[in-house]
Design a binder for this molecule. Sequence first.
Ligand SMILES: [Zn+2]
Length: 254
Amino acid sequence: MEQMKLGSKVFSILKDKIQLIQTEEDRGIYLVGPIRLPVNLDGETVEFKWYCWLNYDVVTEDYERIIERLSSSNLAEYQQSSVLVYGDFKNADDALIRMHSICHTGDIFGSKRCDCGYQLKQSMKKITEHGVGALFYLANHEGRGIGLFSKAMAYVLQENGYDTVEANESLGFVNDSRNYDDAIQVLKTLRIKPVTLITNNPKKLEALENAGLLLSGRVPLWGDVSEYNKKYLETKVVKSGHIKEDNEGTCCND
Ligand SMILES: [Zn+2]
C-alpha cells in the first residue's frame, strides 16, 4: 500500500502535541493532546482538555512515521481510549480521577440496565466541582472487558434469569478482565502526585494500586437506581464486593 507523505506544515503543527510513552520493547502508547473540548454538562459549558491514546506495535519517536501510517491503519475498526483533564492536573495537590469503563448501552443509549451513564456524567460533575481532575474513558473495557457482542449475549442470558457474573462466566469469561496498565502509564505522564479515585469498587482500587497508582483516597458514587438496574447493582454489592454507602442517598439493597 502506498504510504502518504506528510506535509512539513502539518507535521510542525502536530509534532508538539504527540508523545510516546513506551511500555514494552515492541509496543508503545502514543498520546495526543491537549485539545480544547467544551462539554455540555447539564446545560452548562465546561472546558476539558482532551487527550487520546493509541496502543501501537511500533515504538519510535519519529512521529512523522506514526502519523503517516494512520490513514492505512484502519483505526475505526479498533477503539481508542481518552482522558478528559480538568484544571491544573499536573500540579494541584488534590485531584479527583475516574477510571470509567466504556459502556455503549449505558453511556451512549442511556440504557437503564446499568448505572454507567449516570456515573459518567456524575464523575465529570464531581471533577469540575472539585476544580481539578481527570476522567479516563477506557475503550477496551466494554462489559467488564468481554466486548459489546458478548455483552449482548450476556444480556440475553440475564433476561433468562442469570445475574451479571453468572452470565459472563457461563460464556467462558472471567468475571472481570479489565486491565488498567495503559491508563496508569498515561496518568503517570500527566501527573506524578497521588490522586483520589471515584469508585465504589474495592477490587478496582486494588487493581489500580497493584498496577502502580498512587492513591490518596476514595470518593463513592451511587445513584440512579431503578427497577431496571436494581438486580445489577445488587449483584455488584453481593458478588463483586462493591461498597455501598448508606449516606449516598439512593441505595440499591432496599
Ligand atoms: Zn453499563
